[in-house]
Design a protein around this ligand. Structure first.
Ligand code: ADE
Ligand code: ZN
Length: 328
């Protein structure tokens, strides 16, 4: 039986790189990745800070548009296997050309070309969200925002903020978010992962985002939960990531079901699946086991994701029809 169709809104392209892909590339390029892998060949990290360090080290082997072309093909092959019909992936000019606009255009072209091949091969779709990295600071974010604005269109559809939420404040990034909004991009920001409810509120108030990456710690403030419901703010929830990184100790402690029951529009994603030894299918299996999610719940959550996607309306309509039960 083919896996049920899914829409994934929160996936870091580099974070989805299979460890074998990174290891093989490192070997080919003679890059030393000591400390990146555990004994079983998976990614090794102790906590969130160390995760970010290991993530950067793994990314250091991705040096050319051709590397990203191959990476995109590998990631989308896995997405197709998981039944993912549409993915929004975070991409960073910091990793793709170091903020140089000409280089960034070449990386985007290579990733798009791979996405077209994957669509022809498997029918899975990809769109890009250009993402500033918070711990690199507001000046780097401005360069990223310029790259985003210059490539905004039917494929680069959004702008986001990832990285270490414990560093700086959303208001430091207002200039970048204002300029990409002007360029027509839709907006999301990581918040409420390492920061509490106030961090989510700041992202909404200062950056004007329509979606929040993670956002789960909004549960700590009932008034904020009510606001998310009232304003229809969509959360890109990544439960397996939160558990692997220690935001919550066990699946039963995760607030996704409480947020959903309160009426918050929640969606489900994997963030950096090989790092967290998860897949989107595994996430839904845990949600079924822990919170009794049935097929109807899964379909409704994916419909929420399709409606909240940053792509054009015609694509959303296609996604919604693919999420309908099929007769075969
Ligand atoms: N970049 C990749 N994964 C991330 C996460 N879970 N939080 C913040 N930045 C990230
Ligand atoms: Zn993320």
């Amino acid at each position: 039986m083919s896996p049920c169709p899914k829409v994934e809104l929160h996936l870091h392209l580099e974070g989805a790189a299979p460890p074998t892909f990174i290891r093989d590339l490192a070997k080919k390029k003679s890059v030393n990745l000591t400390g990146v892998f555990d004994r079983d060949g998976g990614y090794a990290f102790r906590d969130f800070g160390h995760f970010l360090t290991v993530y950067d080290a793994a990314c250091s082997v991705l040096k050319t548009p051709e590397d990203y072309h191959r990476l995109t093909l590998a990631v989308l092959e896995e997405q197709a296997q998981q039944g993912v019909i549409y993915t929004e992936a975070f991409l960073s000019p910091e990793f793709c050309g170091g903020g140089d606009l000409g280089a960034w255009r070449e990386y985007v072209a290579a990733i798009r070309e791979a996405a077209e091949l994957a669509f022809a091969r498997d029918g899975t779709r990809l769109r890009g969200i250009v993402t500033a990295i918070r711990h690199l600071g507001p000046d780097a974010a401005r360069i990223t925002a310029r790259c985003a604005a210059e490539t905004a269109g039917d494929w680069v559809v959004g702008f986001g903020l990832a990285g270490d939420e414990r560093k700086g404040r959303p208001r430091d990034y207002v200039w970048s978010f204002d300029m990409v909004r002007e360029a027509g991009l839709s907006l999301t920001a990581h918040a409420g992962e390492w920061g509490g409810a106030a961090s989510v509120r700041d992202a909404l108030d200062d950056l004007g985002v329509s979606r929040i990456g993670h956002g789960v710690r909004a549960i700590e403030d009932p008034a904020l939960v009510e606001r998310l419901v009232r304003e229809g703010v969509v959360l890109e929830v990544c439960p397996g990531s939160n558990i692997a990184l220690g935001v919550y100790p066990r699946w039963k402690d995760h607030p996704i079901e409480r947020l959903r029951a309160a009426g918050v529009p929640v969606t489900v994603s994997t963030d950096d699946p090989p790092f967290f030894k998860t897949t989107l299918t595994a996430e839904y299996a845990h949600l079924a086991e822990t919170f009794g999610w049935e097929d109807e719940t899964v379909r409704a959550v994916n419909q929420t994701a399709a409606r909240a996607a940053f792509c054009d309306d015609a694509t959303k309509t296609t996604l919604l029809s693919l999420l309908e039960p099929q007769d075969d």
